[in-house]
Design a protein around this ligand. Structure first.
Ligand code: NAD
Length: 259
């Protein structure tokens, strides 16, 4: 379905981004992976994916909190012939009450979870326009729609990326380019594992109890969303069937935001 297309998936060395990269490669899409991690492990991931799916897989080692790195990554993508699908997924979390939220953590969360998506979009959209085909999929969160305590920067960034999604969707509405956001509920990735570990440390409860409490507080299904499920949704948004899905903030959250 996506043979001949190339996707940049930011933050694809782990978690949701990796699930989306697998789903797109399964459709025949070439990939540019990005994210942090051990260089040897990333090279193994890159070559395994290329072999398993028979697609081209490159790695762009950009720190997306730095605009100059994003510009280098975009130039690397142009050298490959541009990207048709941009998945803005890389993200971090920091939890703290707002009055003691460290300003440098605020800046770091906003830089990666919001500004990076602006920069990749502004740099890669012209190539999509030239080909009159493109897909931009922004990984927001339920926290783009509703708030939780102690997540000021994250909630602000995720609300912001849904706003950015809508603007880009409107500016591309009469083209073959779509821009949408996906709003996952809890997904058991390293980002969430840190929050489970913090509960275990703070309350002396078991990891299983901490996991159950965390999901149960917000997610009526009491089950985690999986990276595979999110990958399937991203692949759908990249399909022709989704040509008229524009500016959506599509939840996959076990009922979290239905309450
Ligand atoms: P994760 O920690 O498993 O993966 C994050 C990825 O981003 C990794 O590949 C990491 O190396 C990369 N990354 C981190 N900092 C980076 C930087 N400065 N430059 C480039 N890459 C960087 O996290 P995840 O849970 O898979 O989260 C992915 C996205 O999904 C994030 O935007 C997150 O906010 C969002 N999300 C996660 C959940 C959840 O429950 N896990 C829920 C809703 C939304």
């Amino acid at each position: 379905m996506l043979k001949g297309k190339r996707a940049l998936v930011t933050g694809s060395t782990s978690g949701i981004g990796l699930g989306i990269a697998h789903a797109l490669a399964r459709q025949g899409c070439d990939l540019v992976l990005n994210g942090f991690g051990d260089a040897g492990a990333i090279e193994t991931l890159r070559s395994d994916m290329a072999r398993t799916y028979g697609v081209g897989v490159h790695f762009g080692p950009a720190d997306l909190a730095r605009v100059s790195d994003i510009e280098t990554l975009a130039a690397q993508c142009q050298t490959l012939g541009g990207v048709d699908i941009l998945v803005n997924n890389a993200g971090i979390q920091h939890t703290s009450p707002v009055e003691s939220f460290p300003p440098e953590r605020w800046d770091a969360v906003i830089a990666l979870n919001l500004s990076a998506a602006f920069h990749t979009t502004r740099l890669l959209l012209p190539g999509m326009k030239a080909r009159n085909w493109g897909r931009i999929v922004n990984i927001a969160s339920t926290h783009g729609l509703v708030a939780s305590v102690e997540k000021a920067a994250y909630v602000a960034a995720k609300h912001g990326i849904i706003g950015l999604t809508k603007v880009v969707a409107l500016e591309t509405a009469q083209t073959g380019i779509t821009c949408n956001a996906i709003c996952p509920g809890w997904v058991l990735t390293p980002l969430v594992q840190k929050q489970i570990d913090a509960r275990v440390a703070a309350r002396g409860i078991s990891p299983e109890q901490a996991k159950d409490e965390l999901v149960g507080e917000k997610q009526p299904s009491r089950e985690f969303v999986t990276p595979d499920q999110l990958g399937a949704l991203a692949a759908f948004l990249c399909s022709d069937a989704a040509n008229q899905v524009r500016g959506a903030a599509w939840t996959m959250d076990g009922g979290w935001t239905a309450q």
